[in-house]
Design a protein around this ligand. Sequence first.
Ligand SMILES: Nc1ncnc2c1ncn2[C@@H]1O[C@H](COP(=O)(O)OP(=O)(O)OP(=O)(O)O)[C@@H](O)[C@H]1O
Length: 587
Amino acid sequence: MQQLTWFIKTIAKYIGPYKWQVILMFCCIIFNAAFDSVSRVSLKFLVDAAIIPQNYRLLVLIISLLCIGAILYIAIGLLGNFLGARLGIIITNNIRRSLFEHLQGLSMEFFGRRSAGDILKCIISDVKTVEDGLISAGLTVVVMAMSNILFSTVFLFLLNWQLATLTLMGITLCVIAPAPIAQIATAKGYHVLQKEGEISSLLEENILSQSVVKLFGMETRASQEFDRELNDLQRIYVRAMFLSYLVQRIPLILFVLTQLAILSIGSVMTYNNYISVGTLVSYQVLLLNLNLYILALASSIPIFIDGVAALRRITDIFSETPTVQESPDAVALPHFSQEICFDTVTFNYSTERVGVKNLSLKIRHGEYVMFVGQSGAGKSTIVNLLTRFYDPDKGSILLDGIDLRHATLRSLRSQIGLVSQEVILFNTSIRENIRMGDLEASDAQVEAAAKAAEIHNFILTLPQGYETRVGDRGGQLSGGQRQRIALARALVRDPAILILDEATSALDVATEAGILATIDRIAQKRTVIVITHRIAQALRADKIFVLEHGSITASGHHTDLVEREGLYATLWQQGHQTSHSPKLPLS
Ligand SMILES: Nc1ncnc2c1ncn2[C@@H]1O[C@H](COP(=O)(O)OP(=O)(O)OP(=O)(O)O)[C@@H](O)[C@H]1O
């Protein structure tokens, strides 16, 4: 009952706007329940008042009334079904819509912690399970069964109060007895859904990394891992389902025992002329009706339990709050014109994952700065903090003297163009992918950005040109082409700050040189922040920051840094000796 109350309370806010439709649907169900009971109790009048006393007029009247009732029963039943189907999808989609909107507001920290497959499962399948528990089987069946039980009980009392009291005691027991096990079954059901979520993540990971799986011959290992997960699921599922079926079975057993008792006592009462034959027949038919609805109620319990468990997973997501939030008095940042300042910033992804510590630096407007350092030194973390994907644990980041925590996210992010290591393209046309950088951009601006990113000529060679779809995650393009489209997307918004996080890593030397020349040109008008392992690019920078274990150990121009002994000089020497466009060695 506690579960039912929580379920109804939680779901009420989605049902609220459609309350009249829900009430109408429940009225249809209640009408049908009433007709069910009336048609069964009419047997008493048919037998005792029409058939036995041979009253033909009354017989015809009762049958005619039953026929009219049956037509209404069918029509109103169909209306109830239609409303059920309609409300089902409306409520399902409303939950999905709210979940999706909520997800858009969550911070990167959440997406780093929860797997995509699990979130997908929650939005698609868990929401459907809630709908099943709510409309198809849950509340609909509860209302149908409860109103039937109520009407039947009233008629049972009218027929014979002694037998009805006994029946009522039996029904009360049927409802109360399974409650404690239902509680445990719901908790187990939640575990099943969690495990299914893990399996979805595993599947998603496997599908997205098929090239790695194949290349490294990981097929058998992947199948074994999948098999292990399925076996775990089987173990949890059997326990959860057994408990669920137990909850379903208890009321059925109790009701059969009640029925048996009533049949025996009722037969003895009829034999001794305490009640008429019509009363006994009518009573038994009403009891059969009750049996049917107790069966329906019991069958809906496992579906309802699943619905409650799924709703818990959904509320888990709703209870997530963004770690990066816009303060209520946030101001819009003016167009960047002075400097970016990191003031003793410390940030850890988690207790054991250090991002940056005590980091202080200044980047002046119009500067071309570069961050170098070994892998894991914290270079991308600086970008994550500057874009406010994460907030510092200590210290502050200021843009033109305004703490980013006091600025609106839109005014900050609209000034930044970011091309990162991992290029993310959407499965739409090249034009739309570039336009995502600035939704207001004209076709001419999109093409100008593509020209600046040196991808325009390639796009023209495609049969559908700018209208060519790039495929899922840009899979129909090469790595370099994807990176150039991402660069065009960043350029189309004409950003005050352009950040390139290993943005040219997938390009050949000639294309890279072309793009670097473009960036040199772009850099004259804006601030450019480059993160790269190709240390030869450091020659172009006004200022270089050397990062080691989350801290800046040196900064300055290339010529100053090579003269000083330290990591930069070592990296430069190592890199310079190995190739024309040397790369930093990995730690
Ligand atoms: N989303 C994350 N969750 C937890 N830890 C993270 C996350 N991103 C980075 N880290 C950790 O933070 C540290 C700094 O990572 P960062 O990505 O900033 O390094 P990097 O210098 O950019 O490395 P690379 O040159 O390899 O890209 C690393 O130890 C890394 O494992």
